[in-house]
Design a protein around this ligand. Structure first.
Ligand SMILES: Cc1ncc(COP(=O)(O)O)c(C=O)c1O
Length: 428
């Protein structure tokens, strides 16, 4: 029975991301509990012909019918490859390609989807380094960007030009947690693509890092490409950096080629950690974090020192209906995730700074730090930290307030987090 991958389908996704498949094209799992780790920059070849075939296979990954031939880590590698198979499955895609960081995955997506002269239509609220990629590097590469509020699908439709090849967004968006209607964007792109050649079609790309595949699987709703910073909740423990692109097999060859030539490959040791510790524990971590996030968001909502709380789980969340439509866990239950954004009632930037400084110096259950999706609850000020380099105009368009605070809820007891928040509020 264990040899038969067909039978695995009757088990829940949650069990499958722990056990994986018993046999794969990549490795024999059936005699391991913990997946094997490989640490080999290059691989022993018993003939020049085998080496030649390895390179030939690399150029046509979807057509290989024999066991994989590994030649050199940067091309392909068994441990990372097992993680890729599992991430593709969890995100309902055909293939996954892992990179050294989330930014390397984002760069790879643009690298394979765009040619000089092409444009991207993006949502106005994005992670700071994605903004930086658009502002600092796109002009040098002859690529253009049009940022529009994609919550309004008419604005999206109007922004797409003949040169536009990619529509790019995060949902929930970093840091303000705005949502984009994935099915709605699909409808707009289907209308536009109906008049385009297959090779010219606009692709929909989502950075699904904030949601994680536990809370949202965008390919099932119509996205073409899903990417993640694995440094966050999929890695889960804050020990390693990584990124992944999940998509259809059509782009696999180009993504592997991009990784081979630009070189941002994930270390197999990191791949093994995420495969062994991060991904299998994602559901239990996010479920726990989400339960706490509800309590913390409600506490913040009732706090007179807070002007606005954005948490997709709150009934007051402006896009609550959309959240309930597209943020669903593996069982189809509503899964609003572990990220909260709130703004202080004070409009003074200094109050947010002293609130966070107080936390930095005095809190135990709250940690002043960038990044997210770790075991510890992390808080930061987007306008002063992660999104500091974003222009004031872009900050305004993305509705980021100088007193806005981003919180990634961890696995501490919710009451401890709230007690530390209470003390921090008393300090301002
Ligand atoms: C939404 C989002 N995407 C991408 C990244 C980049 O990931 P990495 O730091 O792994 O390059 C981040 C980092 O914070 C992020 O928040």
């Amino acid at each position: 029975m264990k040899e038969d991958n067909e039978l695995i389908g009757k088990y829940s996704t949650e069990s499958q991301i722990l056990h994986g498949e018993f046999t794969t094209e990549k490795w024999d799992y059936s005699h391991h509990i913990i997946p094997p780790i490989s640490c080999s920059a290059s691989y022993r070849l018993d003939s020049v012909e085998r080496g030649a075939l390895g390179f030939e296979d690399f150029a046509r990954p979807s057509q290989i019918e024999h066991a994989p031939i590994y030649v050199y880590d940067r091309l392909d590698e068994p441990t990372r490859s097992m993680l890729e198979t599992r991430l593709a499955k969890v995100e309902s895609g055909e293939v996954g390609v892992c990179f050294a960081t989330g930014m390397a995955a984002i760069s790879a997506v643009f690298g394979v989807c765009l040619r000089t002269g092409d444009r991207v239509t993006g949502h106005t609220t994005l992670y700071g380094c994605t903004f930086s990629l658009f502002e600092n590097w796109f002009p040098r590469m002859g690529l253009g960007v049009d940022l529009v509020d994609m919550r309004d699908l008419d604005k999206l439709r109007d922004a797409i030009r003949p040169e536009t090849k990619t529509v790019y967004f995060e949902s929930p968006a970093n840091p303000t947690l705005e949502l984009i209607d994935i099915a709605g964007v699909r409808t707009v792109l289907d209308e536009i693509n109906a008049d385009r050649d297959e090779s010219d079609r606009v692709r929909m790309v989502i950075d699904n890092t904030f949601a994680t595949p536990f809370c949202q699987r965008p390919i099932e709703i119509g996205c073409d490409i899903v990417l993640h910073s694995l440094t966050k909740n999929i890695g889960g423990f804050g020990t390693d950096m990584g990124g992944v692109v999940v998509t259809s097999s059509e782009l696999e060859g180009d993504l592997l080629l991009y990784r081979k030539d630009f070189g941002g490959a994930m270390s197999p040791k990191v791949g093994w950690q995420i495969l062994t510790y991060g991904l299998p524990t994602l559901p239990i971590r996010v479920r726990h974090q989400t339960r706490s996030a509800y309590k913390i968001a409600e506490y913040l909502e009732n706090n007179p020192k807070v002007a606005r709380v954005n948490y997709p789980g709150l009934e007051s969340f402006v896009q609550a209906d959309l959240a309930r439509k597209q943020m669903l866990d593996f069982d189809g239950d509503f899964a609003p995730g572990n990220m909260i954004y709130f703004e202080l009632a004070s409009d003074k930037r200094e109050d947010a700074v002293s609130f966070l400084n107080w936390i930095g110096k005095n809190s135990y259950a709250l940690t002043l730090a960038v990044s997210l999706g770790q075991l510890r609850t992390l808080v930061e000020s987007p306008t002063n930290m992660t999104h500091f380099v974003v222009s004031d105009e872009a900050k305004e368009k993305s509705e980021m307030s100088p007193t806005g605070i981003r919180m990634s809820v961890g696995i501490e007891r919710a009451a401890d987090i709230i007690a530390d928040m209470e003390s921090a509020f008393e300090s301002i």
